[in-house]
Design a protein around this ligand. Sequence first.
Ligand SMILES: Cc1ncc(COP(=O)(O)O)c(C=O)c1O
Length: 445
Amino acid sequence: MLRATFLRNKKLPIRVKLTPSLHIRHASSISDASADSVTGKYVEDIIKPYTVTTYARPNLVLTKGKGSYMYDLEDREYVDFTAGIAVTCLGHSNEEVTKIIANQALTLMHCSNLYYNLPAGDLANKLIVKTIDAGGMADAQRVFLCSSGTEANEAALKFARKYGKSISEEKTEIIAFQNAFHGRTMGALSVTANPKYQQPFAPLIPGVHTADPSDIKSVEKLISKEKTCAVIIEPIQGEGGVNSVDLEFLKQLKELCAKNDVVLIFDEIQCGLGRTGQLWAHCALPKEAHPDIVTMAKALGNGFPIGAVMISEKIESKLQVGDHGTTYGGNPLGASIGSYVVDQVSDADFLANVKASSDKFVDALSKIAEENPDKVVGIKGRGLLLGLQLKSSVDATAVVNKCRSYGLLVITAGGNVIRLVPALNIPNEAISKGMDILAQAIKEA
Ligand SMILES: Cc1ncc(COP(=O)(O)O)c(C=O)c1O
């Protein structure tokens, strides 16, 4: 309704005609909305003056998505290698997901955790059964449902604290890792050792130590049976630079945790649910190295906000009624979508296709690396969580901007990396189209 009014006024005066409930406030302090386009005006006059200043965004207003393509307010088409940051794993506007949403919304959307509901039960059951079938977390027993990644990590940290405190009041410390990203709420932020995110909000929760994910000795120095309750790690760091943590390191990490009775938490919010070509990134580990807790979100809802925590019976045995809770977690709408997603991303053919698509990306990235030895350091990641590491002389953000101007959406990751996290069912033709654009952008960088 608002957009329709807006588009009709192609030649917009500064004060745009709007629906009666909206009023434009002039924001002369906003200096960077220079484009005289419909988008520029919309961003400048309607979005920016009324939206908190926590994101840096280009003048791009997305209006539609289908599969691995997105469309903006100017009706330009983009190949999407971002999938909303590893979220829309089955593509935008997926027809099955849309049907599930419509049917569930007509049946029961929300009933709170005062009562049980069928989709939440089905999802919890499915996550455990399919995880074990897929060779994931061998001790997976119980699921806590919530609404986002950071909330899943908050729950995991609280559960680990509860476990630690069941042994001793002093067993409360947490070990996290350099370049990790676990979320923005106070607990998750406290284990995200990035000064840019942490410093403005200090003091954070006490007793958190940071180790080096390539040096097991750094963990040995920090871990203790008396004080440490949890270690939290992403098996493949996403935001931090698409860094695959060495499998040998993860095995040794589990040994150290077992020796010191410490809860090992794997944050698979970005790397889990089929993204590596296996249901979980940790499926690549032997069961002795499996974690006590796995957190997930992102892909689980294909765009609907949902998160979950999978825990072992050892952790469950320390939990009591009232220890944790949420209004929206396990709501029937999110849970019914999650159930469908889990079915899809655990399917053997689906996962084989993720690997085949990954090979196509890696081939194309290798060609870019070969042709641009002065600009590219190498390729990182696994499956469809891939990174192109650029030399420090090349500005990754400038490459992302150039790609966008040519019709490709990609994102950066820490350490001057171009991050590729497309839909897991991205068609070959979208891969080729997008990779041609990326190749051109790197050539021109
Ligand atoms: C590995 C990891 N953990 C946690 C989070 C936080 O998830 P959310 O943004 O849903 O709170 C993210 C988000 O990017 C993530 O990549």
